[in-house]
Design a protein around this ligand. Structure first.
Ligand code: ATP
Ligand code: MG
Ligand code: MG
Ligand code: MG
Length: 469
């Protein structure tokens, strides 16, 4: 059985043999895009090549890219620990063609890798295509010999990718693995597709149009390819397990977490172990890439992830800081592929330990308050927004931590009420500031900070509006 580390190499070796340059992962903080919270796909570091703004000395590339999908446009935070397939931090394997090969070769390469080199059984695979993309459907028939009923036509944006309102765009085709009828869920496009039976493993994007501001699309003279396959998902399939968290890498992190807390890695606390393993990766990689916990922007997302992990550590009975003790287990698994983890080990360890130590007391007091408030609730009643806000404001509980804590009890939070309380407090703070007689420069600085916060992290601001602080 291949380990995750071996599967990563199988992928890059395959594409190097097919004439691709192996390019290193770019950092989680995007270098050239301040509107993007975190690198969330393999194509991010190649954006300017796809738009023609930048040229490199290669036309084909392959990467294993570090990605974070928490905060920002893609936010998988609430899924983690509860679905079989979502992480906040994950690795996206990708092959790219910059105006070189197109649809036919992309499909041929993908199919050869997964059926020949990975050896996946053809009868468990199915694909989706954009409903207008007859060319892709015909290629799947020709190259893979897939029957009509396993080429699913999808009309939604799931199968049409666009870089933004303008720029390169095009249809996608996704490869799904069927884990079998024992697991709940229907195929893509069906009413019950939310289940985890059919798992999306690979997305092939065919960048064939250029969209202009008025919405018209013209065909690109040299279309491009961008693909993304979740390493953890394909590894689960190759290791014969259904859940990403049952792969070798995650099992060793979960074993470390169980060991350190003297608890059962399986059983009723399994979800907490999964959250801890996931959040350990996200926190450590973010810190290694220079993000520090703070109350704003990227640092705020990191802090939310760290604090949420700490609540799960608390559930496992950990009375002392736990996360920092798991760093060696992570480095053992991922340090060879990502030496920045080894270089940043001291920083990661100290940052985790400090945040855990600082948050510990308020976490306990906040959880006590939460318990008391829950006792007062009638059945089916949500937690009042002002209570969630007090937990946030006084005890440093991110809203999603409170929501996560109530999830097992099936209690919702009044998010509108939370947002109202937040808006009220902001307005009060502004009034107090303006009325304090401070120098005008201070006021300007305050406004500027708010403005920069808003424009720099558009995605984050949108999240905030939705109450996902
Ligand atoms: P899903 O529908 O399962 O949330 P997606 O359509 O959002 O996935 P894409 O944006 O197409 O995902 O990303 C390409 C690939 O990256 C996916 O096919 C999947 O294998 C992987 N992937 C996406 N999000 C995650 C995640 N949160 N954790 C692990 N792997 C992921
Ligand atoms: Mg998704
Ligand atoms: Mg999808
Ligand atoms: Mg997808």
């Amino acid at each position: 059985m291949k380990s995750i580390n071996e599967i990563r190499s199988t992928f890059t070796d395959f594409f190097v043999k097919a004439g691709h340059r192996h390019v290193a992962s770019s950092p989680l903080v995007p270098a050239n895009d301040p509107t993007l919270m975190f690198t969330n796909a393999g194509m991010v570091q190649f954006k300017d090549i796809f738009t023609g703004k930048e040229k490199r000395d290669y036309l084909r590339a392959a990467t294993a890219q570090k990605c974070v999908r928490a905060g920002g446009k893609h936010n998988d935070l609430d899924n983690v620990g509860y679905t079989a397939r979502h992480h906040t931090f994950f690795e996206m394997l990708g092959n790219f063609s910059f105006g070189d090969y197109f649809k036919e070769t992309a499909i041929e390469l993908a199919w050869t890798l997964i059926t020949r080199d990975f050896g996946l059984p053809k009868d468990k695979l199915l694909v989706t295509v954009y409903h207008e993309d007859e060319e892709a459907a015909a290629l799947w028939k020709k190259i893979a010999g897939l029957p009509e009923d396993r080429i699913i036509r999808i009309a939604t944006s799931d199968n049409f990718w666009a870089m933004g309102d303008t720029g390169p765009c095009g249809p996608c085709s996704e490869i799904f693995f069927d884990h079998g009828p024992a697991i709940w869920g229907g195929p893509p496009g069906s009413a019950d597709q939310d289940g985890d039976r059919f798992i999306e493993i690979w997305n092939l994007v065919f960048m064939q149009f250029e969209q202009s501001a008025d919405g018209t699309r013209v065909a690109l003279p040299k279309p491009s390819i961008d693909t993304g396959m979740g390493l953890e998902r394909v590894s689960a399939v190759l290791q014969g397990v259904h859940n990403n968290y049952d792969t070798d890498l995650f099992q060793s992190l979960i074993a470390a977490s169980a060991d350190a807390t003297n608890t059962d890695p399986k059983g009723p606390m399994a979800a907490s172990h999964r959250v801890i393993a996931d959040h350990l990766r996200a926190s450590s990689f973010l810190i290694a890439d220079g993000v520090m916990p703070s109350n704003e922007g990227r640092g705020n997302v990191l802090r939310r992830i760290m604090r949420r992990a700490m609540r799960h550590a608390q559930l496992l009975g950990a009375r002392d800081p736990l996360m920092y003790r798991l760093v060696p287990a992570l480095i053992k698994q991922m340090g060879v592929a990502y030496p920045e983890l080894i270089r940043a080990e001291a920083l990661v360890t100290e940052t985790l330990k400090l945040e855990e130590t600082r948050f510990k007391q308020t976490l306990e007091r906040g959880l006590k308050l939460l318990d008391d408030e829950v006792e007062k609730l009638g059945s089916g009643q949500p937690l009042p927004g002002d209570v969630a806000f007090r937990l946030y404001d006084t005890y440093g509980f991110p809203l999603d931590l409170t929501q996560d804590a109530l999830r097992a009890k099936d209690i919702a939070v009044d998010v509108d009420g939370f947002n109202t309380a937040m808006a009220h407090q902001k307005a009060e703070a502004r009034k107090a500031w303006a009325g304090s007689g401070e120098a005008a420069t201070d006021l300007v600085w305050y406004e500027l900070k708010e403005e920069v916060g808003a424009s720099e992290f558009l995605g984050y601001e949108t999240e905030e509006a939705e109450g996902k602080l």
